[in-house]
Design a protein around this ligand. Structure first.
Ligand code: G3H
Ligand code: 13P
Ligand code: ZN
Length: 330
C-alpha cells in the first residue's frame, strides 16, 4: 500500500472548497505519456494553478498504472524544480469497478471516480458507497456520477443525453458519501459533441451549439448547496486546431465542442472540476501533422513531440487563465 501523501500528492477536498468559494474550476487534464505530463505541469506551474492529473482505464492499459503513478510522483518533484509547489491530484477517471478503484488507491492515487451512471440508480448507489467506504479509510476523495452523457462513455454508447435528475442528487450524495458529483447537462465526450443540424449559425456563419442546461445545474445547486460539481466532456474543440489537422491530411468532420464562454460560466458556479482531454489530443495531432507535412525528412521523435508538447502547454495555459479561472490560485 502506497499512500499518496508520501508522494506529495493531495486529494481534491481543499482545492474544491477553495474553487467553490473563489468561483473557479480546477482543471482535470488526462494524460497517457511523458510529453502530456510535462506540458500539464509546465503550464500549471507557470500559471500557478492547482491541477488534477487524470488517468482513464484506457490510459492505464496503454501506459501501465505503475509507470503513470511514478510519473505523477515525478510531476510533484518536477513542479518544485520548476519553482512552484502546486497542489497536484492523481485521479482515476471513469473507474468502473470497485476492484479498479481499490487497486488505484493502493497504488498511490489520491482521488478516484466510480462511474456507476450506466447502472440502475440503486446499483449506482451501492457501488459508489462501497468505493467511498474503502477510499475514505485512506483519505482518498471520490467522484460519483448521476445522469448519462451522450456519446461514448466507458465503452458504452448512448445515443442521447440522460440529463441528471435534480430530485435524485440529495439522496445520492447522502446515501453514498461522495465528495463530488459529475452531472449530465449537455456536454459529451470526444470531438463530435453536436451534429451540425443541432446548431445555429451566428452572424459570422460560425456554428453555435445549443447551450448547456444551466437550468438543471441551478436546480442541482439548490438541492445540494455548496457541493462540488464536475463537468465531463468539456473540450471546446478549437477550430484552428481542427483546420490544421485537416490542412495536413486529417479527416475530422463536423468536430464541434462546448463554447468556452459556457465553460467560464459553469466554472463560476458550483462546477469545481472541468475535464479536458480531446482538446489536448487535437493540439498534439495538429502539431505533429504539421511537422510531418512540412518537414517530411524529419524522423527524430523529439522534433515532432517537442512542438506537440509546446502546443499542449499553450492550450493548457489558455484554459487555466481564460476558461477555468484557476490561474494564480495554487
Ligand atoms: O472520458 C474519457 C477520457 O477522454 C479518456 O479517454 O478512455 O480514450 O483514455 P480514453
Ligand atoms: P472531452 O472528450 O470533452 O475532452 O472530455 C474528457 C473527459 O470528460 C474525461 O473524463
Ligand atoms: Zn469523462
Amino acid at each position: 500500500m502506497v499512500s499518496y501523501k508520501e508522494l506529495g500528492l493531495v486529494n481534491s477536498r481543499d482545492i474544491f472548497k477553495k474553487a467553490f468559494e473563489g468561483k473557479y474550476a480546477i482543471p482535470a487534464f488526462n494524460f497517457n505519456n511523458m510529453e502530456q505530463m510535462q506540458a500539464i505541469v509546465q503550464a500549471c506551474v507557470e500559471k500557478k494553478s492547482p491541477v488534477i492529473l487524470q488517468v482513464s482505464s484506457g490510459a492505464r492499459k496503454y501506459a501501465n498504472q505503475t509507470l503513470l503513478r511514478y510519473m505523477a510522483q515525478g510531476a510533484v518533484e518536477y513542479a518544485k524544480e520548476l519553482g512552484y509547489n502546486i497542489p497536484i491530484v492523481l485521479h482515476l477517471d471513469h473507474g468502473d469497478t470497485f476492484e479498479l478503484c481499490k487497486s488505484c488507491i493502493e497504488m498511490g492515487f489520491s482521488s478516484v471516480m466510480i462511474d456507476g451512471s450506466h447502472h440502475s440508480y440503486e446499483k449506482n448507489i451501492e457501488l459508489t458507497r462501497q468505493v467511498v467506504e474503502y477510499a475514505h479509510k485512506y483519505d482518498v476523495t471520490v467522484e460519483g456520477e448521476l445522469g448519462v452523457l451522450a456519446g461514448i462513455e466507458d465503452e458504452v454508447v448512448a445515443e442521447h443525453h440522460t440529463y441528471t435528475e435534480p430530485d435524485q442528487v440529495e439522496d445520492f450524495v447522502s446515501k453514498t458519501g461522495v465528495d463530488s458529483l459529475a452531472i449530465s447537462i449537455g456536454t459529451s465526450h470526444g470531438a463530435n459533441k453536436f451534429k451540425p443540424e443541432q446548431c445555429t449559425r451566428n452572424a459570422e456563419g460560425i456554428l453555435v451549439p445549443p447551450p448547456l442546461r444551466f437550468d438543471i445545474l441551478e436546480e442541482i445547486e439548490k438541492r445540494i448547496p455548496g457541493f462540488p460539481i464536475v463537468l465531463h466532456g468539456a473540450s471546446s474543440v478549437p477550430q484552428d486546431q481542427v483546420a490544421i489537422i485537416n490542412k495536413y491530411g486529417g479527416a475530422l468532420k463536423d468536430a464541434i465542442g462546448i463554447p468556452e464562454e459556457q465553460l467560464r460560466k459553469a466554472a463560476s458556479s458550483a462546477v469545481c472540476k472541468i475535464n479536458i482531454d480531446s482538446d489536448g489530443r487535437l493540439a498534439m495531432t495538429a502539431a505533429i501533422r504539421e511537422v510531418f507535412a512540412v518537414q517530411p525528412a524529419e524522423f527524430d521523435p523529439r522534433k515532432y513531440l517537442g512542438p506537440a508538447r509546446e502546443s499542449l502547454k499553450k492550450l493548457y495555459m489558455h484554459k487555466v487563465e481564460n476558461v477555468l479561472g484557476s490561474a494564480g490560485k495554487a
